[in-house]
Design a protein around this ligand. Structure first.
Ligand code: 1GP
Length: 240
């Protein structure tokens, strides 16, 4: 059933905050996969996102099937390019990097992905993806060859988010980049959340439970945790 987006909308209406654990298939240690999945299942995660700016692994299908066999969490692709599409997932964030001006990431990859997606049953969730400067050059900025929006330019982020909403995107994703030194500023999260209707995802560089709570309190509907959980699978058990 294609109900990922309707569940996100429902959670927003009920003010229930959502949490995604992001897994990069290239960084999976297969020997520890059962333990990893059980840690995800014991965590407060509501979604598993799978993807990365560049993924070389040919094991995306295997990874998804393994998670599905052991967990009921919805699995959502978060692809850096069309090679990361797997029909075994439940849905896909169909991203357009609207903070950038690189046509490959605004429309080219999407055109390449369309015929592949047409042959899948994935729930396709169009998502306006906004990269915000985070103190270091992140993989997504490097690979996409785009310049993130300045973390001091709240208005530009807001204008971009509103344009993304007007274009029909169903989600806005405020991204600092995986492993970012600085996560998206609370003031930006707050400004955008107060001025768009659609749900908002926030991720990149979030390293503590306090930061997760701050993002929620500022208006994030769904927070993404990648690196912090990858470094320590007990992240959600710790009092950080
Ligand atoms: C990256 O927003 C995600 O696309 C998660 O970032 O790996 O820094 O948690 P981290």
């Amino acid at each position: 059933m294609k109900n990922i987006y309707s569940e996100i909308l429902k959670a927003k209406t009920e003010q229930r905050k959502l949490l995604a654990i992001l897994l990069d298939p290239d960084k999976i240690v297969w020997e520890g996969i059962d333990q990893l999945i059980s840690k995800i299942d014991q965590s407060p995660a509501t979604h598993v996102f799978i993807g990365g700016s560049l993924v070389f692994s040919k094991k995306i299908d295997d990874l998804i099937l393994k998670i599905k066999a052991n967990s009921n969490l919805p699995i959502v692709l978060f692809p850096g390019n069309p090679s990361q599409i797997s029909n075994h997932a439940d849905g896909i964030l169909f991203l357009s990097l609207i903070s950038g001006r690189n046509p490959d990431y605004l429309i080219e990859h999407q055109v390449k992905a369309a015929p592949i997606l047409k042959k899948t049953n994935l729930e396709i969730i169009p998502t306006g993806y906004i990269l915000i400067e985070s103190g270091n050059e992140t993989a997504v900025a490097k690979i996409s060859q785009t310049t993130p929006i300045s973390r001091n330019d709240e208005q530009e982020v807001l204008d971009t988010a509103q344009a993304g909403e007007m274009l029909g995107n169903k989600l806005i994703y405020l991204e600092a980049g995986s492993g970012a030194h600085l996560s998206v500023p609370a003031a930006i999260i707050q400004l955008v959340s107060q001025n768009i209707e659609i749900p908002m995802i926030v991720g990149g560089g979030i390293k503590s439970k306090d930061e997760i709570e701050l993002a929620y309190a500022s208006g994030a509907d769904l927070v993404v945790i990648g690196t912090a959980f990858e470094k320590d699978n007990n992240f959600f058990n710790l009092n950080l």
